[in-house]
Ligand binder design. Sequence first.
Ligand code: FAD
Length: 283
Amino acid sequence: MAKAQPGALSFEFFPPKTSQGEAKLEAVQAELAVLQPAYVSVTYGAGGSTQAGTFRTVAALAGHGHEVASHFSCMGATPESVRQQLQQLLDLGVTRLVALRGDLPSGYGSAGRFAHAADLVRFVRTEFGRAFHVEVAAYPEVHPQAMGARADLEAFAAKVKAGADGAITQYFFNSDAYFRFVDDAFALGVEVPVVPGIMPITNSSQLLRFSDACGAEVPRWIRRRLLDFGDDTASIRAFGLDVVTDLCDQLCTAGVPGLHFYTMNQSAPVLAIGQRLGWVRPA
Ligand code: FAD
């Protein structure tokens, strides 16, 4: 039976720090182009990367003909610096943003004028009108610093009401959390597309550590199997491919508006899922 089609695909990359990393990303974006992404996005300030690195990578990907979204985090920023950087993006031809609060390293001063992502979205709309298509982050399993699940949902709805055009979720492995989140958000008046963020599983220790930090639940049955595989990377990848392919299939069958892949600057895991689900023919 034919598999459901995925809707709009988007691929997230981080800015490479070395020329070797840049060459790898060149190859990765070209390999993923067979899946015809609606857009690609570049993270901002995550993992020690700089704003200059983000803008350089955004420009490079735009030069390959991609529609590019720049992630943009606002914590600790001033209105002047945000205005100037957004203008820089417009000058690069970038009209898509993933608007985020971001995280302030501990002991690093105060949040400043932009305490929450909603403040940034409001600022973008006030200063730049509809010049940008704005996505915001959503947390089906609740943001780790949230006062509570309801407060987090309401904060999400407030970001959308401030002017977001859509949302991308933190990754999850339990689709019920996503479906319930979308229903609850809709009940609060959120009608914009909420695109699931998908994290391919390619290793265990890094995934488990990162998931604990960002509040994404790795279900016990997945966690236990990953731990059993130890250093057996081939088994981890094969199991991860099964699990994440099933998740994507389930989401596509339910008619999600798209899928946003956290590629970690790798093409093979996403291409393998695409091949399994018939989005791309095996070479
Ligand atoms: P917000 O929406 O501001 O929410 C942050 C917290 O504040 C939540 O707990 C929320 O419940 C609470 N809150 C919101 N409004 C209020 C209010 N009015 N009163 C009280 N509490 C409130 N990080 C990076 O550094 N770079 C990236 O490129 C990056 N890209 C990401 C992409 C996606 C799709 C996702 C899901 C996350 C990304 N992150 C990135 C991580 C993100 O920066 C962190 O999760 C950050 O801690 C929260 O950012 P936010 O925009 O979701 O914040």
